[in-house]
Design a binder for this molecule. Structure first.
Ligand SMILES: Cc1cc2nc3c(=O)[nH]c(=O)nc-3n(C[C@H](O)[C@H](O)[C@H](O)COP(=O)(O)OP(=O)(O)OC[C@H]3O[C@@H](n4cnc5c(N)ncnc54)[C@H](O)[C@@H]3O)c2cc1C
Length: 458
């Protein structure tokens, strides 16, 4: 479908309304502020309209009406990644919010799940747990499956099993031509390649089929020490990761918490250092592996065997929509000097969270039949995150997260992990060698640049 020349706003609004009625929320409508607010509530997105489809046919109708009215389309599931769109003018864009299109159907024999386009990881891990299976989810249960997976997906099982994007078997989406199509190795293979990395730049995904993992339970948890021990714990963890097998995917965080009654007492008003993650070993194997960290006598140690549906709790991500700002870089290595620089910056700049995830192994391996993105270079992933309690705090919090990432410039690699980019930034380093072909396919498959995605292609 060719984007028609822009029509009058009233006509465009009428065209949209004729598709989903009240489930098209326009600027000026009573529900506009609620509908337009993403999970990251620090992002003030002001689209032309928010569409709230409930079926695949609803999505087709909205895409056709928007394109016929000369409007762009931004697919969104939860708005966890809304920061990356914050610099995009959405005044002539319809956010197609898939939040009402959730649910997962598991095929235990094929070990796959068919996941609806607006699902969050809780939907998937709860459904797969009934069959003793799990998926390559990340640290938070309320992150959207599509946004996370199609931009890479850094999982707690990733050093063994790779990026989540490699678990995608097929994608059902509505294209810029307004057609509902399947993309897989057998059908529309070019589009399938592009979606695995290019994500929402190529259409609105109404469902994904993903491979599952055969784990009913795993050894996972966290250890916590007082923040005064950050350098000691950080150096020990960095040394430990140099020998850790692919079965262990862990992270190190320095966190500063304000004194708030809603926080657990063991963190409220404190600075702490935390190691958490998952170990895909027997109990005895995991205990042996963790022994050097336990010798540091953590105040709290929750590492134990647990049902896989509970692994999304281990990292203690905020369970509710939150106002946040973050920055990110990949690190080539992590020697003692790097740990010291990290800890110094975490205490001087004081963002709420300064985090290093252990990457390498499966994360760095391209899969068979890969898509545009199938691996991430770099042994460690650095991210810093701050809450933004009031809009006026944004510049200071932004400076704090940037300061932590800048402090480790000496160790930065050249790549980036797209899912950790939550600000306006050139996505090309995340696409690597695929960037040029992706841009070419975007011109071919979406010639009018109908789709506005968190990570811009081309
Ligand atoms: C608390 C928290 C924890 C996190 N933990 C991890 C982690 O462990 N590992 C990791 O890799 N990342 C993690 N992330 C980052 C997260 O993966 C990204 O923010 C991701 O973009 C979220 O996807 P979403 O669909 O929820 O977000 P959205 O903002 O809804 O979507 C982001 C982008 O994805 C695309 N998209 C989403 N849904 C659709 C759809 N149905 N059709 C087409 N395109 C779509 C669009 O391009 C959209 O702009 C975390 C983020 C937060 C805030």
């Amino acid at each position: 479908m060719t984007l028609f020349s822009p029509v009058d706003d009233d006509v465009a609004a009428e065209n949209l309304r004729s598709t989903l009625g009240e489930r098209i929320v326009l600027a000026g409508d009573g529900g506009y502020d609620t509908a337009r607010t993403p999970w990251n509530t620090a992002v003030d997105q002001r689209p032309f309209a928010v569409a709230l489809p409930e079926t695949d046919d609803d999505v087709v109708a909205v895409v056709r009406a928007a394109a016929a009215s000369g409007l762009r389309i931004a697919p969104q599931s939860t708005g966890h990644g809304a920061g990356a769109l914050a610099g995009t003018d959405l005044s002539r864009t319809v956010i197609v919010s898939l939040r009402a299109m959730r649910g997962a159907v598991v095929d235990p024999v094929a070990r796959t799940a068919r996941v609806r386009g607006g699902s969050v990881w809780h939907d998937v891990v709860d459904a797969t747990a009934l069959h003793g299976l799990t998926a390559l989810h990340g640290s938070a249960g309320d992150v959207g499956v599509v946004g996370y997976t199609l931009s890479g997906g850094v999982s707690l099982y990733g050093r063994r099993h790779g990026l989540a994007v490699n678990s995608v078997r097929s994608v059902r989406l509505v294209t810029a031509a307004g057609e509902l199509v399947t993309a897989s190795a057998a059908e529309n293979p070019e589009l399938f390649w592009a979606l695995r990395g290019g994500s929402g730049a190529f259409g609105v995904v109404v469902s994904l089929e993903i491979d599952l993992l055969p784990y009913a339970d795993v050894f996972a948890g966290m250890m916590l020490w007082d923040g005064a021990r950050s350098a000691e714990v950080g150096r020990a963890w960095a040394e430990w990761t140099r020998r850790a097998p692919a079965s262990a995917t862990t992270s190190l965080r320095v966190m500063h918490f304000p004194p708030l009654p809603e926080l657990p007492p063991f963190v409220s008003g404190r600075s702490v250092v935390v190691v958490d993650g998952a170990i895909l070993e027997t109990d005895a194997g995991a205990e042996t592996l963790l022994a050097p960290l336990r010798e540091l006598e953590p105040e709290i140690d929750t590492f134990a065997r647990m049902p896989t549906s509970r692994v999304v709790e281990v990292h203690m991500d905020p369970p509710e929509p939150s106002p946040a700002v973050s920055d990110h870089a990949m690190l080539r290595s992590l020697d003692a000097a790097a740990v010291d620089a990290f800890v110094a910056a975490a205490f001087e700049a004081r963002p709420m969270i300064s985090e290093i995830r252990h990457m390498g192994e499966g994360f760095a391996r391209a899969s068979d039949g890969p898509g545009a993105v199938s691996s991430v270079d770099g042994e460690y992933l650095l991210t810093a995150i701050s809450m933004v309690p009031v809009p006026e705090a944004l510049p200071g919090m932004d400076a704090a997260v940037r300061a932590v990432v800048a402090a480790m410039a000496e160790w930065h690699g050249s790549g980036i992990a797209l899912t950790f980019v939550d600000r306006e930034r050139d996505s090309a380093p995340g696409f690597g060698a695929s960037a040029a072909r992706l841009a070419e396919l975007k011109r071919l498959l979406d010639p009018d640049d109908t789709f506005a995605a968190a990570h811009r292609v081309g």
